[in-house]
Design a binder for this molecule. Structure first.
Ligand SMILES: C[S@@+](CC[C@H](N)C(=O)[O-])C[C@H]1O[C@@H](n2cnc3c(N)ncnc32)[C@H](O)[C@@H]1O
Length: 393
């Protein structure tokens, strides 16, 4: 442990016993891993030089009481914090926005408490047993605090106490890739399982307001807002592919998570058809270029259907999908060609925010958009040459 100006880094020593010390309060949480907090003690407590203070804090953590959890919740919910985790009357713990968020805002970057490749599990003759063994092994390597955090995550699977850790795993795990090389991402043997501390507190929605991006190099999950989220609104992610038909999503969510989803997409009978239409949106700028280079075609020929598609995606709450980026790009392009630079800038900024949220590096996003702009500029110039000047004849 290291003590410094009211902040301390806590690494619990194995098997330590702690004395109590009254009147301590956790003021702020600065870092989660390792836990770094600001503690205030009463006058005469010897803080910050008294190691007992840290010991007491560790005791508070290890007690894992509801009060401690609430304390963490409250401290994370300082005015600067992006999210809070709160107990709800009907849905357990949930993550909420602690301030208004815009598309592209980072909500959380978190390293997993547990991370292991699934390769041996998937290739094993008895995958369930192999999973249990691998998980036990991973949990054995955790320190007391991390283990306590893991065991506090919810479990919706039935079973005896020996199956609790496995139930928690099944309820909260995310599948991630063990490599950042996208060409490997169709290879199931490159899939790992990760369990996080705060990220699982996001409930499910088939119209998620965030996108998750896993970086294998830094072993961290990033969660970004993908549309505006008002302060106090739930932060929700998709536990399954939102393009699966409603009945398949319903079965999957019920079996794997015990969720009877009542989100608007699951209750709207038109949603499946809408989603199938969205999935048909192609990444094809050829039609836009052809339109741009045929100035006799109406200005709004592609604009109107593109705006309709954008609205449809927003109504379905699927801004996180690649189809949204495709439509944003087309609109950016069309407005440039029509020389409406205000609207072009608006959709260009949205596209840039979408790229940020989906893990595209800032320098790569700029490069990609610059090369698009060159093509747009070329098209605009050609169109000008093809457009008869007014009053020429
Ligand atoms: C990963 S946890 C999510 C956080 C959880 N609410 C908690 O208390 O920590 C998954 C569990 O949360 C609940 N849950 C998540 N999304 C839900 C939803 N859309 N409707 C109802 N329950 C949901 C289900 O019990 C599910 O098994």
């Amino acid at each position: 442990m290291d003590l410094n100006d009211g902040r301390m880094r806590v690494q619990p020593p194995a098997g330590a016993t702690y004395s109590t010390h009254n009147g301590l309060r956790v003021e702020k949480v600065f870092e989660r891993d390792p836990l770094e907090v600001e503690v205030r003690g009463p006058r005469g407590s010897g803080f910050p030089t008294c190691p007992e203070t840290a010991a007491t804090l560790l005791k508070l953590i290890s007690q894992r009481t509801q009060a401690w959890r609430q304390r963490i919740t409250n401290t994370v919910g300082t005015p600067e914090a992006v999210y809070v985790i709160q107990e709800t009357p009907s849905d357990g713990m949930r993550m909420f926005a602690n301030k208004d968020l815009e598309c592209g805002d980072l909500i959380i970057q978190e390293n997993p408490i547990v991370l292991f490749p699934l390769e041996h599990v998937l290739s094993s003759k008895s995958p369930q047993r192999q999973l249990w063994l691998t998980l036990q092994n991973a949990l054995d390597g955790l320190d007391e605090v991390a283990r306590a955090v893991y065991m506090e995550l919810p479990n919706i699977h039935e079973g005896d106490a020996s199956e609790l850790a496995l139930g928690i795993f099944m309820t909260n795990k995310f599948e991630v890739y063990s490599t950042d090389d996208a060409s490997d991402h169709s290879d199931r043997s490159k899939v790992s399982a990760a369990v996080f501390k705060d990220i699982p507190r996001m409930n499910h929605s088939c119209s998620p307001n965030v996108v998750r991006y896993w970086c294998a190099t830094s072993r961290s999950m990033y969660v970004y807002a993908i549309r505006p989220i008002l302060e106090g609104s739930p932060i929700v992610t998709a536990y399954c592919d939102p393009f699966l038909p409603t009945h398949e999503r319903r079965d999957l969510l019920l079996n794997a998570y015990g969720i009877s989803c009542v989100c608007p997409a699951c209750t709207d009978s038109a949603s499946d058809a809408n989603r199938a239409r969205i999935q048909n949106i192609q990444d094809n700028l050829a039609a836009v270029i052809q339109w741009a280079l045929t100035p006799t075609l109406p200005d709004d020929l592609l604009l109107v259907p593109s705006l309709e598609l954008l609205k449809l995606i927003e109504e379905e709450g699927l801004e996180g999908t690649e189809y949204y980026a495709r439509v944003l790009k087309v609109l950016w392009y069309i407005y440039f060609v029509l020389e409406d630079f205000g609207a072009a800038g608006f959709y260009g900024r949205m596209l840039r925010a979408w790229k940020t949220a989906n893990g595209v590096k800032k320098s790569d996003a700029i490069k990609e958009m610059q090369s698009d702009l060159e093509l747009i500029q070329y098209t605009v110039n050609r169109r000008r040459m093809l457009t008869p000047r007014k009053g020429r004849e």
